[in-house]
Design a protein around this ligand. Structure first.
Ligand SMILES: [Zn+2]
Length: 308
């Protein structure tokens, strides 16, 4: 395995996404006790079985905490197989980074294992309201790879912060405010300064602005995240890296797009100009072709409403 040493990360090497449901996923070691199954920096598909986000693992003396249920039952099972290859400690907690399908649908596997599930209260609400339709969309995409998946809403929720002690290893769940989607949270390991950031942090692929994305707040929530001064970040998407790399592809992009659209509004121009914003500085990122124009359109519509 190629080891790339960045600030606080032992490894930051890209291993191709494992996409075979039910078989062990490949875990990349991040620090002594943190691993991540790095998702494909691509849209979800039948081929990648919805493994397009990072599924992370914290191994404590008193058990294992998993970040994200993953897109479906079989993917979660594949993650569990991989965990069993590196430790015989039991998985005791599964944390959902938000209420998106690839964060929680695999909860179904973990619930069957008797594992405690937790998410931010807004994410739990999202799962309650939209879980069935999110499940249906995943089933249409994953076909037989969706087998076994059902909506398992977490039986634990929190609002601002929550501490979980895995023996000597302290894990803090942190909410920084609205960002990419309702109930986005990060998992902070203060002893090693590792942040499993979730979807507040994107790397290697262009982030997506959804109708329920709050861009203005995302920019300020990111400042709170940065205030922790993490030595290593496992983003929601992309390989582990440092804060400044994440800032460029997340906060700086959001600010750039906001500024460009505010200028368009100042000039009394419209959606056509928003679609035409030159975003080529970000064209090297995966999912750029799918998302860049859409992002501009969505943010334009939000900011236009606010200008009224
Ligand atoms: Zn995501």
């Amino acid at each position: 395995m190629k080891i790339v040493r960045t600030l606080g990360c032992i490894t930051a090497c890209l291993i191709g996404s494992s996409s075979v449901s039910g078989t062990p996923l490949k875990l990349t070691q991040v620090t002594d006790n943190v691993y991540s199954a790095i998702g494909a920096p691509a849209p979800p598909s039948y081929e990648n079985a919805g493994h397009n986000n990072n599924l992370s693992v914290v191994i404590g003396e008193m058990g294992v905490l998993v970040v994200n249920g993953g897109d479906n039952f079989l993917l979660a099972k594949g993650l569990h197989e991989a965990i069993r290859q590196i430790t015989d400690k039991k998985v005791v907690w599964v944390v959902n980074e938000n209420g998106q399908g690839h964060a929680f649908l695999g909860n179904s596997y973990w619930r069957d294992q008797g594992v405690k599930l937790i998410a931010h209260k807004n994410a739990v609400e999202e799962m309650r309201l939209h879980g069935d339709s999110i499940l249906k969309r995943m089933q249409n995409r994953n076909l037989e790879k969706a087998k076994g998946t059902y909506v398992a809403v977490p039986n634990h929720e929190f609002e601002d912060t929550m501490s979980i002690q895995l023996g000597n290893t302290l894990v803090e769940l942190r909410y920084f405010g609205p960002a990419h989607s309702p109930g986005d949270i990060s998992v902070w390991l203060p002893q090693t300064k590792v942040l499993i950031a979730g979807d507040i942090a994107f790397h290697q692929r262009l982030l997506a602005i959804f109708p329920d994305t709050n861009v203005e707040n995302w920019i300020s929530s990111f400042d709170k995240l940065a205030g922790l001064e993490p030595a290593c970040i496992v983003p929601g998407h992309g390989v582990p890296t440092d804060l400044e790399s994440i800032r460029l592809t997340t906060q700086a992009y959001l600010q750039f797009l906001t500024d460009a659209i505010l200028e368009i509004l100042d000039n009394d121009e419209g959606l056509t100009e928003a679609y035409a914003i030159d975003q080529s500085d970000y064209a090297h990122l995966n999912t750029f072709d799918e998302l860049a124009t859409k992002n501009a359109g969505r943010l334009f519509q939000t900011l236009e409403m606010e200008a009224f």
